[in-house]
Ligand binder design. Structure first.
Ligand SMILES: *Cc1c(COP(=O)(O)O)cnc(C)c1O
Length: 383
């Protein structure tokens, strides 16, 4: 077996649509704010290296990763944009971060001390950003302790703090707009505190996708955009606000391995949860929950074959699904099967799948398994 002969299951990544989304969002939010493109979690499942190359070429200012390892992967691939590591730095990772010019976000004294120490050892000054908790309640220095933390950092000679950030808890929810405005105000206060303490903060940012779209006043010196770059977030942005035109970037495609007619009352799959009510044509498709098809789609998901929807019948298993294709005229073995996509009607979106299984579209694309090869398309197949 060679590497290029494989199971037909794949995720097609339309880099043309990624480029389109970047340009569309950039013109929507304006060019006053720098643009940090979030490529954590393998670019929400889309392939971090390839997506980062496109974003670098198109003029993103920063890339954002969740953990240092993700930044190292980008550096190893030759990406040279500034990389911000949103999730901090674990003990022992400081030197490789510094050597690879990955900027950590600090939110506790221990990591600041360790980073300062590592920078001293290497004979350089470490640039870092500081995260303030203005209401997310997760990472970040509690905003009431900004002044203390700012003073503490001034005592660390090998650190230079040039960025301040915070993260919205509910910018996607219009009912929480008072809280979101409160977060913006608290962030402004923290910014004053840091400046008054002598830190020269040139980058300050708190807007994620819903923040940047719904709260223009939150765009500040930089925006940090993830989901909408990948055409996600139809479920994360309120429908009531103007928004940039975006296109899906990922399709998940397989094909039909086996077709068989079964008589009425035949049960299909584990636990016999489906029984054919009539003579039915059943297709076996080589993709399962290990590939990221949620098992919750058992007996309720759909796929697209020959431009028509067909229902997933029986349980989604680890490596296979079964689909009732009785109604698909001319269906044959090797026909393409879309789990996500195609872009044109009656395509299935990650948002639709997410709504069916009770999650958000981000989790759907992040969940596409590592054994599903990503195939990168430079130009949209649409005419
Ligand atoms: C993931 C993340 C973002 C991006 O959020 P989207 O909703 O995908 O735009 C921004 N900032 C931080 C700190 C994040 O962790």
């Amino acid at each position: 077996m060679t590497n290029d002969i494989r199971r037909p299951t794949r995720a097609e990544i339309d880099l043309g649509n990624l480029e389109h989304n970047f340009k569309s969002i950039r013109s929507f939010v304006g060019t006053d704010a720098k643009f940090l493109a979030v490529v954590k979690a393998n670019a929400y499942g889309h392939g971090a290296v390839e997506c980062s190359r496109v974003l670098e070429r198109e003029g993103a200012d920063y890339l954002g990763v969740a953990i240092p390892e993700e930044g190292l992967e980008l550096r190893a691939a030759g990406i040279s944009l500034p990389i911000l590591c949103l999730g901090g730095v674990w003990p022992g990772q400081e030197e490789s971060l510094l050597v690879n010019r990955i900027i950590p976000v600090l939110f506790d004294r221990d990591s600041a001390l360790r980073l300062n120490h590592a920078a001293g050892r290497l004979g350089l000054t470490a640039t870092a950003h500081v995260k303030i908790d203005t209401g997310m309640g997760r990472l970040g220095v509690p905003c009431g302790e900004s002044a203390e933390f700012a003073r503490f950092l001034r005592g660390l000679p090998h650190l230079r703090i040039d960025g301040l950030m915070s993260h919205f808890a509910a910018a996607d929810d219009p009912n929480e707009s008072d809280f979101t405005h409160e977060q913006i105000a608290r962030f402004q206060d923290a910014l004053h505190v840091f400046s008054a303490c002598g830190h020269d903060i040139s980058i300050f940012d708190l807007a994620n996708s819903p923040g940047a779209v719904c709260y223009p006043e939150s765009r500040k010196a930089m925006v940090r955009i993830g989901g909408i770059l990948y055409g996600l977030g139809g479920d994360v942005l309120p429908q009531s606000v103007p928004q940039p035109e975006i296109r899906p970037v990922m399709s998940v495609v397989s094909d039909i391995s086996l077709l068989k007619w079964v008589p009425p009352d035949t049960s299909i799959g584990y636990s016999r949860t489906f029984r054919a009510s009539r003579e039915s044509l059943i297709a076996s498709i080589p993709i399962g929950y290990n590939d990221g098809v949620p098992r919750a789609l058992s007996n309720c998901g759909q796929v697209v074959i020959r431009g028509k929807r067909a229902p997933i019948v029986g349980r989604v298993s680890m490596d296979w699904i079964t689909v009732d294709v009785t109604e698909i005229e001319g269906v044959s073995v090797r026909d393409n099967v879309y789990l996500i996509g195609p872009e044109r009607s009656p395509g299935i979106s990650a948002v639709e799948i997410a709504a069916k299984v009770g999650t958000i579209s981000y989790e759907v694309t992040c969940g596409i398994g590592s054994r599903v090869p990503r195939i990168f398309l430079m130009r949209s197949p649409r005419e």
